[in-house]
Design a protein around this ligand. Structure first.
Ligand code: C2E
Ligand code: MG
Ligand code: MG
Length: 596
């Protein structure tokens, strides 16, 4: 106990110390679906070094004549098997005990070495002697039997797990991990999977980890009893690759066939647990994503701090994994795309524009909310690249719609304040417009009030230069965050968008007064006013009564993919769906275009 306590406390502290050393870390964050896995691979050198130091310490202790703690423990664990004979029951009990020990992170076969020494090695030697003499081997369960038939890929029959991952994993990461593990597992080395996936201390994988080897033992046992396969009569190392080992230890291809059958059975046992693990990981992922969204949506107080990446715990780990994935997504077709939400004008009765909204279909987590994507891109200094990609996509789409939509149809693109720090930003936008041959007045950029937090002159300069060439500038989410009416005068603006939190205006409410003031002021300053987040007719009527004329919200349409959006705009404008007549809106049609 003293030894264990010493090792535990000293080992933990040493390991943490090594982990903090930069050159001892492998940057492999996005290898697996489990948030912990990236960390586990990253700190592997630190773990190995800790183990090495303890090995040296142990060697020093042994050479100094200290007793062997491991041997004593092994004898203790093997005691229940001391009277066993070489039977099926014994073999299932032995293998189950070994797997259960592994589930707690203890090397099962090593801890039960006394059994190997007392039962399995003698059985192997007896078999080999008889087979060498041309006779029939007497024992079924030998030292070579377990690594060959029950531990293909390592304890727990993890080659079957790798097969299951390859066959049923719904995630690129799952399959990537399986491929990564294939080579060591062929030589029955599975520690990265045991601690990395992880199997150790994982209640979901506990059942197949114990069950698969037991079923595989039964398959080999039945094959031997039914005389379909010879008993093990040759000596092999535990690292002998699966499929070859079956042949080598029995001297027959039947050994290989039994291994193939066992692998398939093991994969079938693991498969539902792979799915269950991925389902649970996705569920947990959604919870962490929701918490990240909450953080990303909270008003910024400084534009310098990393808001997600430096978070402790799951949120920080998820952010690091997402940052890696975002890098992949930017080079993979289809993961990053835009949806478009129509904006309607009741004065002209037309759909006059659409806001382009960022979407990321993550292969494991599904949709990641745009504020999370943007905040993570900002944290890893990729917002410029992402922002230009979004602008290109939006401008390309507007260009595709060139012949179908009228010239006054504007596409609005959201900007992160940090994009404006690049003094050449305006030039890059103009390049994109030229590349798509798009008149600048077809584009509107949306900034938020946090742009005013920028101490930099480049931000305002960029906006001014964009306006000079004709690009429109909108102030988004006005009325929330650090609202000041001064911004309406200080920023070079064409449009003000009232935040959806203010769209609920009951008569006499504070919101009503705020909206009315903003509407009056924007009229005085000659700014176009759009109210966001209209969800029902009541809101629309109240806001219209306050002098608002332009709207965006689920009541008209949710954000749509490009073709449905085009269809919506063309139909609505042809039918003059949003023309207000005799103080009554023709809104019946709105309901037909709303989506669930
Ligand atoms: P935003 O620019 O204010 O965009 C409007 C958001 O409100 C969108 O959410 C839209 O789907 C949602 N919305 C529209 N109508 C309604 C409604 O009637 N009810 C409710 N409850 N919501 C409505 P989304 O797409 O999740 O985007 C959230 C925010 O993420 C955006 O707010 C914007 O700040 C940011 N964002 C989105 N796309 C981009 C982008 O391409 N670049 C940057 N920098 N930020 C983006
Ligand atoms: Mg916006
Ligand atoms: Mg907004």
């Amino acid at each position: 106990m003293l030894g264990a306590l010493l090792v535990a406390s000293l080992g933990g502290s040493l390991f943490l110390k090594f982990c903090s050393i930069r050159f001892l870390r492998i940057p492999l964050n996005n290898l697996s679906s489990d948030l912990l896995v990236g960390d586990v691979f990253t700190v592997m050198p630190a773990g190995m070094l800790t183990i090495l130091l303890f090995a040296l310490l142990k060697a020093a202790l042994v050479s100094a004549g200290w007793s062997d703690f491991g041997g004593t423990l092994s004898n203790l664990l093997a005691a229940p098997f001391s009277t066993s004979s070489n039977s099926l029951l014994f073999s299932i009990g032995y293998e189950t005990a070994a797997q259960v020990l592994w589930l707690f992170g203890i090397h099962g076969p090593n801890a039960l070495y006394a059994i190997q020494l007392n039962v399995l090695i003698p059985a192997s030697q007896a078999n080999m002697a008889v087979v060498a003499g041309g006779g029939h081997a007497p024992f079924i369960f030998t030292e070579g039997f377990f690594p060959t038939f029950a531990r293909m890929g390592g304890s727990g029959g993890t080659l079957s797990l790798i097969l299951a991952l390859l066959l049923v994993s719904r995630t690129v990461r799952g399959r990537k991990l399986a491929l990564f593990m294939m080579l060591p597992a062929l030589f029955n080395v599975n520690e990265p999977l045991l601690f990395g996936l992880p199997l150790v201390l994982n209640p979901v994988y506990a059942i197949p980890f114990v069950l698969a080897p037991v079923v595989q033992i039964l398959i080999a046992y039945v094959a031997i009893i039914a005389d379909l396969m010879p008993r093990t009569g040759y000596s092999i190392a535990w690292t002998t690759p699966a499929l070859f080992s079956g042949y080598a230890v029995t001297g027959s291809f039947a050994g290989t066939l039994v291994q193939l059958l066992s692998l398939a059975a093991g994969a079938a046992i693991y498969a539902p647990f792979v799915r269950m693990t991925e389902y649970l990981a996705a569920k947990k992922g959604q919870e962490v994503l929701a918490s990240l969204l909450h953080i990303a949506e909270s008003p910024e107080t400084s534009l310098k701090a990393k808001r997600c990446l430096d978070l402790p715990g799951d949120e920080g780990r998820m952010s690091a994994a997402l940052a890696g994935d975002l890098e992949d997504a930017l080079t993979t077709q289809g993961q990053i795309f835009l949806e478009f939400q129509p904006q309607v004008d009741f004065r002209t009765g037309r759909v006059f524009g659409a806001e382009a909204l960022l979407r990321w279909q993550h292969p494991l987590l599904g949709r990641v909310a745009p504020p999370v994507i943007v905040t993570i891109a900002e944290d890893v200094d990729r917002i410029d690249r992402l922002g230009l990609e979004i602008l290109s996509l939006a401008c390309r789409q507007r260009s595709v719609w060139r012949d179908v939509l009228s010239d006054d149809f504007v596409i609005a693109v959201n900007l992160s304040p940090r994009q404006l720090l690049d003094r050449d930003f305006h030039r890059k936008v103009i390049d994109i417009l030229q590349r798509e041959d798009l008149p600048p007045c077809w584009l509107e950029v949306e900034i938020t009030e946090s742009t005013m937090l920028l101490p930099d002159v480049n931000a305002i300069d960029n906006l001014k230069r964009l306006r000079e060439v004709g690009v429109k500038v909108a102030l988004d989410d006005f009325g929330m965050g650090h609202t000041s009416l001064h911004y309406l005068r200080e920023l070079p603006l064409d449009t003000v968008k009232i935040d959806r939190a203010l769209a609920d205006v009951s008569p006499g409410s504070v919101n009503e007064h705020i909206v009315k003031s903003i509407a009056d002021l924007s009229r005085t300053l000659n700014l176009s006013l759009v109210v966001e987040g209209i969800e029902n007719e009541r809101q629309l009527k109240r806001l219209s009564a306050l002098g608002c004329e332009r709207f965006q919200g689920y009541f008209f349409s949710r954000p749509l993919a490009e073709n449905p959006c085009l269809e919506f705009v063309v139909d609505a404008n042809r039918e003059r769906r949003f023309v207000a007549r005799e103080e009554r809106f023709l809104l019946n049609d709105c309901a037909t275009v709303r989506q669930p």
